[in-house]
Design a protein around this ligand. Sequence first.
Ligand SMILES: Cc1cc2nc3c(=O)[nH]c(=O)nc-3n(C[C@H](O)[C@H](O)[C@H](O)COP(=O)(O)OP(=O)(O)OC[C@H]3O[C@@H](n4cnc5c(N)ncnc54)[C@H](O)[C@@H]3O)c2cc1C
Length: 440
Amino acid sequence: MAKFVLIGSGLAGGLLAAYLGRRGYEVDLYERRAEPREGNIVGGRSINLAISTRGIHALEQIDIADEALRHAIPMRGRMIHDRFGGLHFSPYDVDPKKCINSIGRAALNTTVIEAAQRYSNVHVHFNHKCTDVDIDPAVAHLETANGAVTATGDAVIGVDGAFSAVRKSMQNAIAEFQYDESYLPHGYKELTIPPGPDGSWRMEKNALHIWPRKSFMMIALPNPDGSFTCTLFWEFEGPRSFATTKTDGDVRRFFGEEFPDAVPLMPTLLDDFRNNPTGSLVTIRCEPWFYRDKVCLVGDAAHAVVPFYGQGMNAAFEDCVVLDECLEEFRENREHAFAEYFRRRKENADALADLAIGNFIEMRDKTASKTFRAKKKLDRALEAALPGIYLPLYTMVTFTHMPYAAAAKRARVQDSLVYATVFALAGISVGAILWFLCML
Ligand SMILES: Cc1cc2nc3c(=O)[nH]c(=O)nc-3n(C[C@H](O)[C@H](O)[C@H](O)COP(=O)(O)OP(=O)(O)OC[C@H]3O[C@@H](n4cnc5c(N)ncnc54)[C@H](O)[C@@H]3O)c2cc1C
């Protein structure tokens, strides 16, 4: 059996190790951080995430979905908070059972790593930071507290996130390697709404809360302990921005003006704002994702996307399913398996990157408008009237396994048909009114 060296035991790394372990491969998984049970897992990333159909399907394949979702909180729709404290709820789907789930990153990471460790052929090594990879032969160089070590396998898989060291090594070694990174002018900061005195949630628990404010927004996802994790997405620079908001007074004024209903629920706002890091939001596109039968990239290492569709991890988990399928289909030819995995995933990762940026504009700006709410109602009416024929884009992305590129294409076709019909009906009505007036 082949031996895989995996770099990075984040969400996708742990899951992929479990998939490979199940197939009987030898797996050595190296992670730069300490053991997650020692509490060193989040490190500036989001504390909770939304997991939906694609991610859950990937967990189901190795029978850990129930275990992972035990403490997840279903979110059935968006709760929009306007500037005056008004609330507007918009369900995600006509079917009230279709929901996305708020899940803790650390708990999910622990679940996938433990699933991998159940296989005796999987070995996990924490506190090992990959510095670079000799892509041919597949040798990873790692730093540890006791000095440098090397890890050799039949192939190295980079599951080491958006700033992947494995991808960097491919970039240095492969002349035709293409790489593009683009940063949004917005950063993000996590803030907290603690539980109520009796441990209860101080806002609607089964919703994803959004405070859309045109060029920026805040969102909040529920946690099992009764708290909410809020994330403010805001411009780094500009007259009102992270850069110009320096004093406690600036923070108080900004939140009082923009999120007046949230402020009384955020007793630690000033400390959180001062102490929590401001993260950046990057989209990464690169190709190829593999080198011969020696190296392959999975998850954010291959395709980091901005978080506004709640799909980065879901897509990374879907990568694991597809790579596992390809390795099984082309058991005798690993290069072919890597190439087929890349072919099946690349256009979908590109489509998701575009969808995620488009959804930022929708969430921060359009969700506040009456037109948006009317379009969502029309979507739901069409979906109910034409079941299985008309599927809103959000439904296809979040609640189906349809490839992202196919979902985006189908939504464009549906939209043109709907708009053409609306215009045609409007034209017929105007024509009928004119005819009626002429007859008078
Ligand atoms: C604010 C925010 C909110 C998000 N919300 C959602 C959401 O709601 N739903 C969703 O689906 N996705 C969401 N995402 C995206 C999601 O976090 C990522 O897509 C997902 O974490 C990708 O998993 P990964 O395993 O590829 O990378 P990561 O989770 O980043 O894991 C990479 C691992 O590699 C390790 N590593 C890195 N470099 C090295 C090295 N040199 N040597 C050894 N180990 C290394 C890291 O320590 C880490 O453990 C969000 C992202 C952000 C930033």
